[in-house]
Write a protein that binds this ligand. Structure first.
Ligand SMILES: Nc1ncnc2c1ncn2[C@@H]1O[C@H](COP(=O)(O)OP(=O)(O)OP(=O)(O)O)[C@@H](O)[C@H]1O
Length: 704
């Protein structure tokens, strides 16, 4: 019998042995991956039956070979589950970013998206899902450094956990943020996994406070859908829509790191690109243009272009003239208009319909015309001219130009939907002379898109992930909705972060505008980004600007640090530089978030002090990665930095058109920090943050 001391020593050695065993398994898996890649490389695309198949096969093989590269920065797996079903054999599965199999075709590593992997993410003591052991691996540059086991059926009482992550999980969550956003496959939480794996037919709307993982969940859902419904979605396409270019740069590496390179990324501006935006307009005008009532107005404007025929169509052919009486043309037009075909598509059908009637006339007169005659009649100048007179050709710019310049046209289209004042608001003060000279606004883009769809149906994708959806107007939501009309959508957002005057107040309403009345609404409330002291501070804004919405419960180990520095106006820029220099000494990204109008000044002050930095503007950042980025407040949404320095909160709030929007913008800005938030201000802070806040919070975190 072994002595207790020896047993202890052995037990202490066991994890090291286990780790060595797993490391050996990893080496084996790597060999198998190499074997799979070599096999793919040995296949010859030129043996295909013809040149086109050869090209397709060559492309498929190249893609497969690329997907079988071993990335030395990660390991092939990050977890393991041991499954013991009541019936059938016990099995063990290593879970990784991609599938690896051995010579016999048996799995060595299973893809995190495979159905069997669900248990890795969701099994709990309450619901073990046949899992007896869940193992997580600590990883460093391709090596396993630690393992952590959870025994789900070891007889301990089946209680829910307290929600706090284990140490490997915690280390992953606490890892400093550098560079762009990374994937979270190894640590997806059960409530997140449920969203990720919702069926392809289900549209999901996720409301979640800052840092609850909405963006991460949306991107992983896209990857899961592509894996599970590859053929269908490869054909129809998947698109991610985000708020601005800087955000797309921030998230752009996540899907490629999961092996998905074919997902499109767009902002609402690039999606609705119907010309150059050349005009800014008052919030009241943009809000009205974003109102869903405009859809009915535009529909009327388009369809009222039809002209009731008053004269017969006369088609000369040889010595004869053939006629289609006006009332018959009207019947044909009514039938086409009632069929739900889009305006221009129906117009394309009209010549053939008219020609068919001419053909019937000819037959009645004893002729025996064939299809070629019908075609010739349809293409004849007489028919073309007639069609243009009763069913005029339209284009989006022409329709909108007329509405905004011609009070009578707008009144006719407005029906009961817009009152006189609203019509006056929409009319241009100085109408552009031609549609080509029109100075379109951002809000006009969604309207041009609506008209475009009234003329010809915009094709639908298989799935759209719409991030920061709370900021979209009803007309913009309709535009996104038509791009997933036959597919599904994942909508991500936070009502409290709505910073447009038209921001949505209700997800049910937003989903209705998207055409997805039937949807699942899920609330995420565990915060993975913002540490407790920072989120508690930012949450002081909530009762005023988003009553009823709660702050997330931070699951971060790091309590965070909040440092509020009040200085004289003359010293402010110097203090910002000092704060940045102090905070940039440690590794991790630093975001200096300033009122848009102050970005230039802050950047100049940093440059003068020799602090290298980048700048994230609305449309782009530069391509280099900088540790320090200066960020206009209006661009900060969706981004995160290890540490942030926020400049002049009162000015950030005051730059918005109203108090509520201002405080919401500030809430977004204050919730970008992963570990530290430093506020530098000369103006008094907004009252709702607390009059006593300087001393109170400073004391709480022991700052200067
Ligand atoms: N399960 C998880 N494991 C590890 N990290 C996570 C997890 N979920 C989220 N995170 C991390 O938390 C941070 C915040 O996530 P994300 O940006 O997706 O949140 P969000 O809800 O979209 O935030 P916001 O509303 O502020 O834009 C990211 O760094 C993300 O990688």
């Amino acid at each position: 019998m072994r002595s207790p001391d020896r047993l202890d020593t052995e037990l202490a050695r066991e994890p090291a042995r286990e780790l060595a065993r797993e490391q050996a398994y990893l080496e084996d898996a790597r060999d198998q991956l190499t074997r799979m890649r070599e096999l793919a490389e040995s296949l010859d695309a030129s043996k295909a039956s013809d040149a086109v198949s050869g090209e397709v096969l060559g492309w498929v093989l190249a893609r497969r070979i690329a997907s079988l590269q071993d990335d030395p920065r990660t390991t092939l797996f990050f977890g393991r589950i041991d499954v013991e079903p009541e019936e059938g054999p016990a099995e063990q599965f290593h879970i990784g970013r991609r599938h690896v199999s051995d010579e016999a075709g048996d799995p060595v590593v299973v893809d995190w998206r495979a159905p069997i992997s669900t248990a890795f993410y969701r099994a709990s003591r309450l619901e073990p899902m046949d899992v007896v052991l869940r193992r997580r691996f600590g990883v460093d540059r391709g090596h396993l450094t630690a393992l952590e086991d959870e025994h789900l059926r070891d007889g301990a009482p089946a209680e829910e956990g307290d929600g706090s992550p284990g140490s490997i999980l915690a280390a992953e969550i606490e890892r400093p943020r550098t560079g762009p956003m990374r994937d979270i496959v190894s640590t997806i939480q059960p409530e997140q996994d449920e969203i990720v794996r919702s069926d392809v037919a289900v549209s999901v709307c996720v409301q979640g406070a800052p840092g609850t993982g909405k963006t991460a969940v949306g991107l992983h859902r896209a990857a899961w859908l592509l894996y599970s419904f590859r053929e269908r979605l490869d054909r129809s396409g998947v698109l991610v829509v985000g708020p601005n270019r800087a955000f797309l740069d921030h998230i752009g590496a996540v899907l490629p790191s999961l092996g998905e390179v074919r997902v499109g990324h767009a902002t609402i501006e690039t999606l609705l690109d119907h010309g150059r935006v050349r005009a800014d307009e008052p919030a009241a005008v943009a809000t009205l243009k974003g109102d869903a009532r405009l859809a009915a107005v535009l529909r009327r404007a388009v369809w009222s272009s039809l002209v009731r025929p008053s004269e017969a169509l006369v088609v000369p052919r040889g010595v004869r003239k053939w006629r289609v009486p006006a009332y018959e043309v009207a019947d044909i037009m009514d039938e086409l208009a009632a069929r739900g075909v889009r305006y221009s598509a129906a117009r394309d059908l009209l010549p053939q319909r008219l020609a068919h009637h001419v053909l019937l006339e000819m037959e009645r007169a004893g002729d025996a015309p064939d299809d070629r005659v019908q075609d010739a009649v349809a293409k004849s100048p007489a028919v073309k001219k007639y069609v243009s007179s009763v069913w005029p050709a339209l284009d989006p710019a022409g329709v909108l130009h007329r509405l905004w310049s011609d009070a009578d046209a707008l009144r006719a289209a407005a029906g009961d939907d817009l009152d006189d004042d609203e019509q006056a608001t929409l009319l241009w003060d100085r109408p552009a002379r031609t549609k080509g000279a029109a100075r379109w606004s951002r809000a006009d883009m969604a309207l041009l898109d609506e008209v475009d769809d009234l003329l010809r149906r915009v094709p639908s994708l298989g799935h759209v992930v719409l991030d920061e959806a709370q900021d979209l107007s009803p007309m913009q939501l309709r535009a996104v909705g038509r791009r997933c009309s036959t597919g599904s959508v994942t909508v991500l957002g936070d009502i409290a972060q709505g910073t447009t005057p038209w921001a949505t107040a209700s997800w049910d309403e937003a989903m209705r505008h998207l055409g997805k009345d039937d949807h699942d609404l899920v609330v995420l409330d565990r915060g993975f980004r913002v540490p407790a002291v920072v989120i508690e501070y930012a949450a002081r804004l909530l009762p005023v600007m988003a009553p009823g919405l709660g702050a997330p419960v931070s699951v971060r180990d790091n309590p965070g640090r909040l440092d509020i520095r009040r200085v004289d106006a003359a010293d402010r820029d110097l203090e910002v530089v000092r704060a940045v220099v102090g905070t940039a000494a440690a590794p991790g990204s630093v975001g200096v978030i300033a009122p848009d109008a102050d970005v230039e000044r802050v950047s100049t002050a940093l440059a003068a002090a020799g602090v290298a930095h980048g700048r994230l503007d609305r449309d782009h950042g530069d391509d280099e990665d900088h540790q320090v980025e200066v960020v206009p407040a209006s661009v900060a949404k969706g981004l995160e930095f290890d540490r942030t320095v926020v400049v002049e909160p009162a000015a950030i709030a005051a730059a918005e058109p109203d108090e509520r929007t201002g405080l919401r913008r500030l809430y977004v800005v204050l919730t970008r920090a992963v570990s530290e938030l430093t506020i530098v201000h000369a103006e008094p802070l907004p009252e709702v943050l607390g009059a006593d806040v300087d001393t109170e919070v400073a004391a709480q975190v022991g700052t200067a």
